[in-house]
Unconditional design. Structure first.
Length: 328
């Protein structure tokens, strides 16, 4: 008889109230996978998009939401040699994090940094994989360059501020109120722009233009972002909270040698994600181990209150990360 676990499922596309606790079979590890007994699970925007029916999981992934978690490895599949039963890890997940147990490729697991507990570690994978792969691997951010980060107080934003600052960039951010702006400056931003009463294009032009912009807003921000870039600037798109279409003049890409790019993390291959994990372990995990950087925590919710966590996130009043207490 298959052992069962508690999980939070999406009963139908809709608002936060469609999230319900259910029972599912405990997953078994496939080739190259481990099973983690989940202590804490991160709550992220893609979870809400999936819940609303706007972000379908890959065909091979669990239909349960949850793209990151921390906990103890309780089973390993064939071919796994660098992760063992009993290891405390945090992991990027293909899905299924809102559950007491989850399976994921062993290569997507990273050790819990010595300076952090399991709760804090659950906040690392989704944002750190996203920021590192886009800002550094894809965007090539270098010391001394000016980066503009939209949504500076979000989980992505607070991570990007710390990483860009730690590697010597000049960090500018946008945020929606003075409290959020102040939090961004404390994390390492040189200048926080309250987008409700300041124009980020004018601010960046006065600074000489941005070398790199990390944007998750889209919509009319796309054309404004291009205007805010310096010569040879790079715009990296990771989401479209205000829409994925825009009318822009592409001549400026040629005249100012601009680059537009972007990515989504979840559909990438296991190998691509493993490469990101390797770079994080080498370049970023030492900064976490020493406390030079750390995840910014907003609030925690009981496992049964996943709907409240989603409602809180979608209200956009939070600063940093939200987590579910699963077994921690």
């Amino acid at each position: 008889m298959t052992e069962m676990m508690r999980a939070v499922e999406i009963t139908e596309p809709g608002g936060p109230d469609v999230l319900k606790v259910t029972e599912r079979p405990i997953p078994q590890p496939a080739q190259g996978q481990v099973v983690i007994k989940v202590a804490w699970a991160g709550v992220n925007r893609p979870d809400a998009l999936q819940r609303a029916g706007a972000y379908a999981p890959p065909p091979t992934a669990s239909d349960l939401p949850g793209l990151e978690a921390s906990g103890e490895v309780v089973a390993v599949g064939a071919g796994v040699s660098d992760v063992a039963v009993g290891d405390l890890v945090c992991a990027l997940l293909p899905g299924g994090g809102y559950a007491e147990y989850v399976a994921t490729p062993a290569a997507h697991c990273l050790p819990v940094p010595k300076s952090l507990g399991l709760k804090e570690a659950a906040c690392l994978p989704e944002t750190f994989f996203t920021v590192w792969s886009n800002v550094f691997m894809r965007g090539g951010l270098k010391a001394g360059e000016r980066i503009l980060i939209h949504g500076g107080s979000s989980g992505i934003g607070t991570t990007a501020i710390q990483l860009a600052s730690a590697f010597g960039a000049r960090v500018f951010v946008t945020a929606g109120n003075d409290e959020k702006c102040e939090a961004c400056v404390k994390l390492g931003a040189e200048r926080a722009i309250n987008y409700r009463n300041e124009d980020f294009v004018e601010v960046m032009k006065a600074e000489g233009g941005a070398d790199l912009i990390l944007d998750m807003v889209g919509g009319d921000y796309i054309a404004r972002n291009l205007a805010a870039l310096d010569m040879d600037g790079r715009l990296i798109q990771i989401a479209f909270l205000q829409g994925a279409t825009a009318e822009i003049n592409f001549a400026q890409l040629m005249m100012r040698r601009l680059t537009m790019t972007g990515s989504t993390l979840r559909p990438q291959s296991d190998l691509a994600k493993a490469r990101i994990a390797t770079e994080l372990r080498e370049a970023v995990w030492p900064l976490l181990e020493t406390g030079r950087i750390a995840p910014v925590m907003d609030s925690e919710f009981e496992f049964e209150n996943a709907s409240a966590a989603h409602a809180h996130m979608e209200a956009s009043g939070h600063i940093g990360k939200l987590v579910l207490k699963v077994g921690g």
